[in-house]
Design a protein around this ligand. Structure first.
Ligand SMILES: Cc1cc2nc3c(=O)[nH]c(=O)nc-3n(C[C@H](O)[C@H](O)[C@H](O)COP(=O)(O)O)c2cc1C
Length: 279
């Protein structure tokens, strides 16, 4: 068996919707039912993101065009230095999410974070960030370059590292095989998928699709990755809104299940999900 995270419950807060711990103030959630909280992706330089509106919700899906707004490495370092990260970690174990606009940025931010990585139980790398070297596409599109990047990051840290895989550049099980062969500990499947909708003002909105519509696609991805790799640690992500879906994701091979868009709907579902797994 590969390395595991040994969470107190398999429920994980997905990177993004939970920001940098904002939901920990929500009193309707019993945080002992949550196994880990993934922070929003941090990139080397701060990003102000796209102009609002940035989110469109329907019953079946959500489209967001946040644009990876984050305070950059300096902002993260401040949260470490002023004790914010320790305070959050005393409530729920934290997973750090890192991203980059280029090969060098991923490696650089890994090096910079090294002195405080022990505050996090794992580091999840968001490989769905637009990559300047590839005309705005994910760095995963060029397999050889991506493999080199996985190797370079693995060399920089002994932390539990997880690759978050988008599914728009090939079969997810093939990408997971590459992750595993480079000595990484886990994968998160999947991220949002590019979507388009026309809003109530008739404007075209391009963004990342999440929410209920993503669920069967994410379930299939978990199934395929587990079939290909019996030992890799898998965090399922995509459209999980109810305890039955957590059970189903686990049944098809997930080790943990992340909850993102559902937080905008009703965050107290975390209690229902976590209760049955709490020890
Ligand atoms: C508003 C919003 C912001 C997100 N920001 C990030 C992010 O910063 N990093 C990341 O890896 N994924 C991000 N995601 C993707 C989620 O972590 C998750 O993988 C995806 O939304 C599918 O799960 P869900 O249907 O439960 O939301 C974001 C999703 C949403 C809805």
């Amino acid at each position: 068996m590969g390395k595991a995270l040994n969470l107190r419950t398999p429920i994980v807060i997905a990177s993004g919707p939970g920001g940098f711990g904002e939901y920990l103030n929500v009193s309707s959630v019993d945080w002992s039912y949550v196994g880990a909280y993934t922070l929003k992706t941090v990139t080397l330089n701060p990003k102000s993101g796209n102009k609002p509106p940035r989110m469109y919700a329907s019953k079946e899906f959500l489209i967001n065009r946040i644009g990876l707004e984050n305070p950059g490495f300096d902002g993260l370092r401040k949260m470490v230095e002023d004790g914010t990260i320790d305070k959050l970690a005393s409530i729920v174990p934290l997973i750090l999410s890192l991203g980059g606009d280029s090969f060098d940025e991923y490696v650089e931010i890994t090096k910079l974070c090294r002195p405080f990585l022990d505050k996090f139980i794992a580091v999840e790398y968001n490989f769905s960030c637009p990559n300047v070297h590839h005309g705005g596409l994910s760095i995963m599109v060029d397999r050889e370059e991506w493999r080199r990047l996985l190797k370079a990051i693995r060399t920089e840290t002994d932390a539990f590292i997880i690759a978050k895989l988008g599914i728009e550049s090939g079969f997810v099980e093939e990408m997971a095989r590459i992750v595993s062969s480079e000595g990484w500990d886990g994968v998160t499947v999947i991220n949002t998928i590019r979507g388009l909708m026309v809003n109530s003002e008739g404007q075209t909105v391009l963004g990342g699709l999440s929410g209920p519509a993503l669920y069967p696609i994410a379930l299939r991805a978990v199934y395929e990755v587990r079939k290909a790799l019996p030992d890799i640690y898998i965090i399922a992500s995509g459209g999980v809104y109810a305890p039955e879906q957590v059970r189903e994701m686990l049944r098809f091979g997930a080790n943990a299940v992340s909850v993102g868009s559902a937080l905008f709907h009703d965050e107290s579902v975390l209690n229902e999900m976590g209760k049955e797994f709490s020890r």
